[in-house]
Ligand binder design. Structure first.
Ligand SMILES: Cc1cc2nc3c(=O)[nH]c(=O)nc-3n(C[C@H](O)[C@H](O)[C@H](O)COP(=O)(O)OP(=O)(O)OC[C@H]3O[C@@H](n4cnc5c(N)ncnc54)[C@H](O)[C@@H]3O)c2cc1C
Length: 501
């Protein structure tokens, strides 16, 4: 997310797994999770000679699980398919200003994540200190519109007070009206009484909230799923309910920033977590099969190596898990969930800036548009808020067409579209890279989402273990979403594995 206020939640990274001192290790060890005193633990630690648990995936969920289990004295090894730590948390360390190319903003509700960062001695910054994108201009149906002109603009399709809502805030603000999940516990979205909202989001916006076609079209531009027709309204309601929870917490602590990032880049957090592990994370270990003998599980890696432990925690996203073999086979219902559940798509094209193009046309540098590049944001992460780099950030339905282009074509297409829309950009853009989890073998997409009907079919059962294999990852979180959801899921899977060791 480029702008935390528009969301309910918001090259060459270090791949090393630097080991921390025992003191640092104990820092994680003091964590809030109440694992101590669970049955069988002492026996497991003292009697078992090999690995107790293998964690697959060194994203936030896997690392949190590994750290918590180590804290309980277990012998844990983490296998990671990529050549870096962090998964969908990925700071572009070599780009000026170190922009985030993955998980970006922590809300006030990110208790586990904030707690972990503090324990590992990492500082956090609020939006003002990050000095990132603040002001947008809008380009809709080929016309530039300034924020101040939007409420009275003829292209504004909304009625009454809604006309004040800026285009980049429409999806969040308008969808949240009369949210049936508002004020409910965070797990209410899977309760049967709300199943009637497991319908297409577009249908809900029309039938329940009465929005017109153009309002819905604009709400559908920057969407963290696929397309509103293919998104369950219940999924979106849950998103807004979690956002509301976060906002309430933020209001109760006005002395703290409502949104945070890790100083120096969010990747520092998973890297510090990995560094606190006694067994260094094994990188470039892509697991392609699990064999559960009943007493132990073997994980088979693409490089021919095998690792065996009593329990496994698997944090791979579903699009990757589709290609992984399980013996014995997964239950049919689980196989169907893995096959059918999808992740929101996005692609980012990053640029250095050769000139201050906004001084030529005297408009805000960043643009929110209904053009093929959707959002173009200028990061202002220099010491005095100077522009450091820029990104074209395409989400959802529009991002799919980029699947049919190679990287060069993506850059060429994006630059052409940007220059056509804003002539002052001619000669201003120096492309430096593309980032898309969706395009990566170990990724599959940004965030999990549910299509109409899928909440009822799958959301209740995604946390079930398969023999000695436990599933983590933000897609299995029940309460929180995104990075905090990853932490929640890692904690739950760690408890499940601990109870079985
Ligand atoms: C562009 C973008 C913006 C985002 N913005 C936000 C935000 O502002 N706030 C927020 O809260 N969340 C945000 N998110 C979502 C958030 O980053 C993720 O939900 C979270 O990081 C997921 O963590 P995870 O551990 O569940 O999964 P992952 O981080 O995907 O971890 C899974 C790990 O498993 C590894 N792996 C995969 N397959 C294999 C295999 N076969 N063998 C071995 N290892 C394997 C992967 O390489 C990865 O390291 C964003 C995500 C993206 C992509």
């Amino acid at each position: 997310m480029l702008d935390p206020s528009s969301s309910p939640q918001g090259a060459g990274p270090s791949t090393g797994t630097r080991r921390y001192s025992r003191r640092r290790l104990l820092g994680y060890g003091a964590s809030a999770m109440a694992l101590a005193g669970l049955p069988g633990l002492a026996r497991a630690v003292t009697n078992y000679k090999g690995l107790d648990v293998i964690v697959v995936g060194a994203g936030l969920s896997g690392l949190h699980a590994a750290c918590l289990l180590q804290e309980q004295g277990l012998n844990v090894l983490t296998l990671e398919g990529r050549n870096r730590i962090g998964g969908r948390v990925y700071t572009l360390m070599d780009v000026p200003g170190r922009p985030e190319a993955g998980g970006e903003w922590m809300g006030a509700n990110y208790a586990r994540m904030i707690d972990t960062a503090r324990r590992l001695g990492l500082e956090m910054l609020g939006p003002d200190e990050v000095s990132d994108i603040r002001e947008w201009c809008y380009r809709i149906r080929g016309e530039y519109i300034l924020a101040a002109d939007w409420p009275d603009h003829p292209l504004n399709p909304m009625q009454g007070d809604d006309r004040q809502v800026l285009p980049n805030r429409m999806l969040f603000t308008l969808s949240h009206k009369n949210n049936p999940l508002s004020g409910q516990p965070l797990d209410a979205w899977i309760r049967p009484e709300f199943a009637r909202f497991d319908i297409p989001q577009t249908q809900y916006l029309k039938e329940y909230l009465g929005f017109n076609e153009e309002t819905i079209r604009l709400m559908n531009v920057v969407i963290h799923t696929d397309h509103m027709d293919n998104t369950s309204a219940l999924h979106e309601m849950r998103r807004y309910a979690v956002g509301e929870f976060s906002a309430r917490l933020a209001e109760s602590r006005p002395d703290l920033p409502a949104w945070r990032q890790i100083k120096g880049g969010n990747s520092r957090l998973p890297e510090a977590m990995a560094a606190s592990l006694e067994n260094p994370v094994e990188l470039n270990k892509t697991v392609y099969a699990f064999e559960d003998s009943g007493g132990e599980v073997t994980a088979h890696c693409m490089d021919g190596t095998r690792y065996t432990a009593r329990q496994v925690i698997c944090s791979m996203p579903y699009p990757v898990l589709r290609k992984v073999k399980f013996a014995p086979r997964l239950p049919q219902r689980m196989e169907r969930a893995i096959e059918e559940i999808d992740y929101g798509t996005s692609i980012q094209v990053h640029f250095l800036l050769r000139k201050r193009f906004w001084e030529i046309d005297e408009m805000p540098a960043s643009m929110w548009t209904d053009e093929p590049f959707e959002r173009f944001g200028v990061h202002r992460r220099g010491p005095n808020g100077e522009a450091t780099s820029a990104v074209a950030f395409i989400n959802g339905n529009e991002a799919y067409k980029y699947d049919l282009m190679n990287d060069e074509q993506v850059v060429e297409f994006t630059v052409r579209a940007l220059e056509r829309a804003r002539p002052s950009l001619k000669g201003a853009l120096e492309p430096i890279g593309i980032q898309s989890c969706h395009r990566e073998v170990h990724g599959g997409g940004d965030w999990v989402f549910w299509r109409p009907g899928q909440v009822g079919r799958f959301a209740g059962q995604m946390r079930e273990a398969h023999g000695n294999i436990h599933f983590a990852g933000e897609h299995t979180a029940l309460l929180e979403r995104g990075m905090e959801g990853a932490f929640e899921s890692g904690e739950r899977a760690a408890v499940d594995a601990l109870l079985r060791v």
